[in-house]
Design a protein around this ligand. Structure first.
Ligand code: SF4
Length: 72
């Protein structure tokens, strides 16, 4: 169980994405505070850097992350 190294700068974790889902805290527990390596935002960050992360990408969107990377 490790915290994501991007907690302080991540728009999702800092709740700066606009409308946040009711499941925000659950997602933070599932991804940000534990299994961040499979977070869609983190996966995109690893390949494209912070500028490659869509503002509205949520941690539980791995399919969308794969699509973004396949078109990069
Ligand atoms: S949403 Fe993903 S990249 Fe952002 S802090 Fe959580 S685990 Fe890290």
């Amino acid at each position: 169980m490790h915290e994501c190294p991007r907690l302080r700068e991540c728009a999702f974790f800092q709740e700066k994405m606009g409308a946040m889902p009711l499941s925000t805290e659950i997602l933070k527990d599932q991804y940000c505070r534990s299994n961040y390596a499979v977070c869609a935002r983190y996966v995109v960050f690893q390949s494209l850097g912070k500028d490659g992360i869509p503002q509205d990408l949520f941690p539980n969107e791995p399919k969308r992350a794969r699509e973004i990377l396949s078109h990069a």
